[in-house]
Design a protein around this ligand. Structure first.
Ligand SMILES: [Fe+2]
Length: 287
């Protein structure tokens, strides 16, 4: 006898952009950012890019969820809206600005504004929201509003990009089948307590350092594996490592898993490859 029950399919596309396929067939895309125009004046923009991936390569999108609205989290939102007309779930602090920027393509009722510590019901999942914090940056309001950011190079996204430093939303999603996933986009900000209580099956987490020392970075992952109380940890936003030193992240995650095993942790980091699909299935079979 062998029984398979599909829990979740997903692929990491770039930055914090994922495509999630739920058991009921609905699809969620997070933080859409992959390819965008060259910017000869800002080479930093290059380290976030996934060349050659286009909106046509996405398979479906019923919902977009935004962790925050810096350009490396929403530069391709317009393309996704045009192609799929999704519901855009975002913090209420940025909802009006999203309505204004995409006013000609996004119906107001397709914007689903949420607040922190909320519980929201959708087709196929329940969303729980939590306050998130961006890692510290030297960005000030005036400087940020004075010109378009180097990634989008679009004047109209300036205010959303600025608000991205103010509103940051972590979340937990409960699927209809009981499978639980956590999405942690920034500093701990109390998430350790929430994760200890909620114990997700899988936790997606932004890398917190741009450092390139295998020992230091693998320690950082081991500490998150300890606090995540998840079976699987999926790193995100590590395209910077992939673009600057291909192979560094894989080495680091293998080392993190070695340390985790040594410490007796049950969690493991999944060294995911960009655009590759992964499937999580609960299976049962006779021995
Ligand atoms: Fe950011």
């Amino acid at each position: 006898m062998k029984l398979n029950n599909h829990s979740l399919s997903f692929r990491w596309i770039n930055c914090q952009c994922f495509e999630f396929k739920l058991p009921n067939g609905k699809t969620i895309i997070t933080d859409p950012c992959y390819d965008y125009p060259e910017n000869p004046e800002d080479r930093i923009a290059d380290i976030f890019r996934l060349r050659g991936f286009h909106t046509e390569d996405l398979e479906a999108c019923d919902y977009v969820i935004l962790n925050h609205t810096h350009s490396d989290h929403m530069v391709n939102l317009e393309d996704v809206i045009r192609r799929f007309q999704p519901i855009v779930i975002c913090h209420s602090g940025v909802a009006a600005q999203i309505a204004e920027v995409y006013g000609d393509i996004l119906p107001l009722t397709s914007i689903y504004a949420v607040d922190y510590n909320g519980r929201y019901e959708f087709d196929g999942f329940v969303l729980h929201t939590y306050h998130g914090m961006h890692k510290p940056q030297r960005m000030m309001w005036d400087g940020c509003m004075s010109k378009a950011d180097g990634i989008s190079q679009q004047e109209k996204l300036k205010r959303l990009h600025t608000l991205g430093s103010l509103f940051n939303m972590n979340f937990i999603i409960d699927l209809d089948n009981g499978f639980r996933m956590a999405f942690v986009g920034g500093l701990d900000d109390g998430m350790a307590h929430i994760l200890e209580d909620k114990r997700p099956n899988i936790a997606f987490r932004n890398k917190l350092t741009n450092g390139m020392d295998v020992d230091v970075v693998s320690d950082d992952w081991v500490s998150f594996m300890t606090e995540a109380h998840a079976q699987i940890v999926v790193p995100m936003h590590f395209e910077v490592w992939e673009n600057m030193d291909p192979g560094f992240s894989e080495k680091t995650f293998i080392e993190a898993n070695r340390k985790a095993e040594e410490k007796g942790l049950t969690a493991r980091v999944a060294p995911v490859k960009r655009t590759e699909w992964y499937e999580i299935t609960l299976s049962m079979q006779s021995r």
